[in-house]
Ligand binder design. Structure first.
Ligand code: IVH
Length: 674
């Protein structure tokens, strides 16, 4: 065949695959009536991916393959909402719902009968999407209602958000909705996090908000969020007279709406619908915290208008938090990775919000004392969106004779070590760095998937190694040998050999994984990566001052101080030295590093305005070439690069006899000049 015809054929197939995938997406997400299996759907998507791999010209921004997430962002752009994203007023009982209906009727004049639409109030994050000629152009978070973050790159990864609207869309559409995470997905995320030793997501709303704040859309794509749409903010080219009709049109265009929405002729029907959902809220796969009741007619809505806070035509009916009553059998104390002591109520099992609950957190000892919870007490526990239930209060009339307050521990329940109250917080902490409970947590974290990734180094092994005092610090892991390991319970020769291999190869992990594994407070995987990329080696990081750390984009004072404190502690310096002696890698390959590094080990200060580099740009270039940008001129500075209006830094450099480079000279040195 002629190459032109092959091209044409590819183009045709591409268009038809895109259309078919979009149609199945719509059937799945909007109509909840899929026609093909997930496997068949994946096969279509794979065919499209293969076609695009062969003909990259065919890739369009709205191709269904583009949901995997694009390049990471530096920060979110702030966007202004042309129509503010107001909040809505709340009601908590039937009487307040009737009062809302009264207000609406008064506002409209008695003769007009308002009709309503009732939707579920899904607990997620509000979002505003803009479509122009059917194409998704922008997605923004609510922010303060007037200004939010431009999170388009993140929203594009959500499969239930159409990148292109179907069936004669309006020329301009700005639509509001909710992004949320299903329970099933939250559980999947938490299973992964548990394995990796990362803190668990507390509830679906925080999980969603946290996900949308990620700067790397590829990570967002992995979290599998959902979306539902419920209001039109701006529309040009289409007129609609009722909300009920609007919902139908949104679905036609491919935007999912609340499947459970109901049309109600009067407030009596509204109340019946709200009542009926209160008892079945736990049967859904997502969190809802109430219902939203809306006037149906567009004309009536316009006449009612809004206060500065909320529209007058809508009200939320909030369900009470779910509460259960049970008895405290015991109070136990857990010791976390950083030594924090948390009291936990162990209770008679009770049904709450769709699950059986037998443990609830008491947060800390101040909380325990304030609520005065004692063993044998009858307590009320609550689950308000959170996964872990909380103890609300005890019921004094049920307190058994002879009950006593739970004593505040003076020693760590695990190691008998000294405990201290956090100066900045309310936590009691065990100060013994070799406390077995903390040690176990720390070792599991160190060897975890997100850190040194030592396969087979799980809780059961850690338990044995710590109890037999074979490992007292992460560095001791590298002194283990096959003989010692094969002596452990449930450990054959073969698994011991595999484990030894895993331990040995973890020595080569990049610095960012080691840093994460050390468990420095406030330094998670992402921050560890930033630090490793910036400094390139443990030595350099260990020398960095708080000021220098704070100069790094995304590193604030809390993190900077915590890093400095960590390396100022003798035990931690010793730990790093011991790891180094055992051959653990302490370096991070620079992303751009290939061959010679002309600025290796050199410190630069940039001052004044440059013509050809931005400030971030020149800093990045210095780092790429092995150098280190800093902000203040000291005797340790190797070069100062001075642009226009350089100010006192250049003077100081001259005083200290440090070479001052012009932009041209820097370019030459960097090999950037032509
Ligand atoms: S309508 C101006 N409908 O609840 C009216 N909101 O507490 C816009 N929400 O900010 C809101 N489900 O994030 C509406 N079916 C629904 C909703 C809903 C959840 C959220 C939304 C809003 C918050 C108010």
């Amino acid at each position: 065949m002629h190459s032109k015809t092959i091209q044409q054929e590819a183009r045709r197939r591409h268009a038809s695959l895109c259309a078919e995938i979009e149609r199945h997406n719509r059937l799945y997400y909007v109509e909840a009536a899929p026609e093909i299996s997930d496997t068949d759907f994946d096969a279509l998507l794979r065919e499209l991916q293969e076609l695009e791999a062969e003909y990259p010209d065919l890739i369009t921004p709205d191709s269904p393959t583009q949901r995997v997430g694009g390049a990471p962002l530096e920060e979110f752009e702030t966007v202004e909402h042309a129509v503010p994203m107001l909040s809505i007023d709340n009601t908590y009982n039937e009487g307040e719902l009737r009062a809302f209906d009264e207000r609406v009727r008064r506002g409209l004049g008695r003769a007009e009968e308002p009709q309503y639409v009732v939707e579920l109030k899904i607990d997620g994050v509000a979002i505003s999407l803009s479509y122009e000629n059917g194409e998704l152009t922008r997605a923004a978070t609510r922010g303060d209602g007037y200004r939010g973050d431009n999170v388009t790159a993140n929203i594009r990864t959500i499969r239930s958000v159409p990148l292109k609207l179907g069936k004669k869309p309006p020329r301009i559409l700005e639509v509001r909705g909710e992004v949320y995470m299903r329970h099933q997905e939250l559980e999947r995320q938490n299973r992964l996090r548990e394995k990796a030793g990362d803190p668990l997501l507390a509830n679906p709303r925080n999980a969603t908000a946290g996900t949308l704040k990620l700067l790397d859309p590829k990570q967002v794509a992995r979290r599998r969020l959902d979306a539902v749409f419920y209001e039109v903010a701006t529309m040009e080219g289409v007129e609609l007279t009722t909300h009920w009709e609007t919902l139908a049109r949104l679905r036609e265009w491919g935007l999912p709406t609340c499947e459970q929405a109901q049309h109600c002729k009067n407030i009596k029907d509204v109340i019946a619908v709200c009542d009926s959902w209160e008892s079945c809220r736990n049967n859904l796969d997502f969190e809802m915290d109430g219902m939203v009741v809306k006037v149906d007619s567009a004309v009536q809505r316009r006449r009612l208008g809004a206060t500065s806070k909320a529209p007058r035509w809508v009200i939320a009916y909030k369900f009470p938090a779910q509460v259960a009553r049970t008895k405290v059998l015991r109070i136990t104390v857990q010791v976390g990775k950083s030594g924090a002591l948390t009291p936990v109520a162990e209770m008679e099992p009770v049904a709450l919000a769709g699950t059986k609950v037998k443990r609830a957190t008491l947060h800390n000892f101040e909380d325990l004392a304030k609520k005065d919870i004692q063993i044998g007490d009858t307590v009320e526990i609550q689950k308000a969106g959170e996964i872990i239930p909380q103890v609300l209060r005890h019921l004094p009339e049920f307190r058994p004779d002879g009950a006593k307050p739970f004593p505040i521990p003076k020693q760590c329940p695990e190691c008998g070590g000294e405990v201290h109250k956090d100066p900045e917080g309310v936590h009691l902490r065990c100060l013994n760095l070799s406390c077995p409970a903390q040690l176990k947590e720390r070792l599991e974290h160190f060897a975890g998937r997100a850190a040194m990734d030592i396969e087979g180094f799980g809780p059961a092994l850690v338990e044995q190694l710590v109890t037999r005092e074979l490992v007292k610090s992460p560095a001791d892991i590298y002194d283990l040998n096959e003989d010692v390991l094969s002596d452990l319970e449930r450990m054959g020769k073969k698994s011991a050999a595999n484990l030894m291999n895993a331990i040995n190869s973890s020595r080569n992990q990049p610095l960012r994984r080691l840093l994460h594994g050390l468990g420095i407070r406030h330094v998670g995987g992402h921050t560890a990566e930033i630090l490793a990329q910036y400094f390139g080696s443990m030595d350099r990081l260990m020398e960095a001052s708080v000021e220098e750390l704070q100069e790094i984009h995304e590193i604030g004072e809390t993190v900077a101080r915590s890093v400095r404190d960590f390396f100022d502690t003798d035990e931690n310096r010793t730990l790093v030295q011991r790891l180094q002696k055992r051959g653990v890698n302490m370096r991070e390959e620079s992303r751009a590093a290939t061959g010679a590094q002309p600025f290796d080990g050199k410190t630069f200060v940039v001052t004044g305005t440059l013509q050809r580099y931005s400030r971030d740009g020149i800093h990045a270039r210095i780092k790429e070439l092995g150098g280190r940008p800093t902000s203040s001129v000291t005797s340790k500075t190797d070069y100062v690069v001075a642009g226009e209006s350089p100010g006192s830094k250049r003077d100081k450099a001259r005083e200290l006899g440090i070479p001052v480079l012009t932009e041209d000279e820097f370019e030459k040195l960097a090999g950037d000049s032509r």
